[in-house]
Design a protein around this ligand. Sequence first.
Ligand code: ADP
Length: 466
Amino acid sequence: MFKKTLKSQLSLTIAMVTLVTVTLISLLSNILINQKFKDYISQQQKSKTEEIVSSLNEQYNKNNHGWNEDFIHILGMYALYDGYIIKVYEDDGNVVWDAEQHDMSLCTQVMTDISQRMEETYPKISGKFTTSDYPLEENGKPIGRVSISYFGPFFLNENDFQFLSALNKILVGVGLFSLFFSIIMGWLLAKRISKPITNTIALAKEISDGNYDISFEGETNTKELNELVLATTHLANSLNEQEGLRKKLTADVAHELRTPLATVSSHLEAMIEGVWEPTEERLQSCHEEIGRITNLVKDLERLAKVEGDNLKPNKDFVDLSKIVHSVSRSLETEIYKKDLHLFIEGESVTVSADQERMRQVVFNLLSNAIKYTPKQGEIRIIIKETKDYGEIYVEDNGIGIPHEEQPFIFERFYRADKSRNRKQGGAGIGLAIVKSIVKAHGGHVAVESEVDKGSRFIIQLPKNQS
Ligand code: ADP
């Protein structure tokens, strides 16, 4: 099925939302303005009639009981142009001034214009010209009357119509402008949001093609998008690292196996061909090499067991201090052989953990400390406790680990400074097992070390595990 792009979907949604909002606002304001305008016009009409009546009252000359006909004429004509047709009578019924008599055709035209316009604009009000009479008085004494006809219940004259249509045009203009503006803004926003996503997709494609050496340029202002980009770059980096380690692992396993296998094979070959006497010493050497291979395979098996998906620690309340003392005793001979000084500090700290696996952790750390500390060196194991964690520090004043290698020593088969380590014979699995066990317990493992000064391994185990 055809799928829309994020950019077009975003732009479309923003444009739709704006269209609906602008239309609603325009409609509502139009209705409201019209409503208020009608009230205003009705009010205006009332004051207009009042004004006509009061102006006419002033045109009576009480001395000669006559009317200022010139002014009444001007007043009448102005009123006519405004849509009011007036007729002024004297008290005895004689006509003083009559718009229709004066200019019948103009009156008809004014009436038709207004009726037509009003019917077109407000067909519902079905209005018509109605006439009302108002008395004219001088100091409370009747002096005549005026009948005023206009289109009711209300009407808009030429100016009012012009004002309303200008207002409508402005509203439509503002609406169109906001629509156009929001489409542009929506498009820009959509572009801004979709660009890092599109870039991240490209990155993800690169990653799936096996190209992990990627970088992402430029930052966005959106927190989540930055996090997405960061997470993807981080994913690529860790995949890159994993890939490197996997390659290294394969190379290391091959290398580890090749040397003893080649030795055994060449020794056996020489003995089969009769070049060498199968002396006890030679057979012993073959046996040792096979022992190395067996140990490596065992290490791998142990690691696989610990790292296996089904790793479920058999938890109990264990005393870290007891474990440390017991493991130290089991390594006494090695400590003695190298004439090392071991100090154990700290009181008993109880955590919820798997006893056997904890022994393994302490065993691996202590054996490393023994392995990598020269004769007569010092090893210190400290057991501590914080609010949430039980902690074990294993410190030595041995050869130390180069700073740039420290991030990798917990990886499988990683051995810091290979040349230095070869004779020690480790396969680089001990710390991988430590990390795996500690992680499975919800704990943390860290290392601080300086070359030729010593190392400190820190294990933190949560006291209470769910
Ligand atoms: P190995 O079997 O090689 O000891 P580990 O996984 O136990 O494997 O350790 C990985 C690497 O970390 C070792 O090869 C060593 O270079 C370094 N390392 C571990 N512990 C220490 C230590 N206490 N002092 C110095 N280097 C250490």
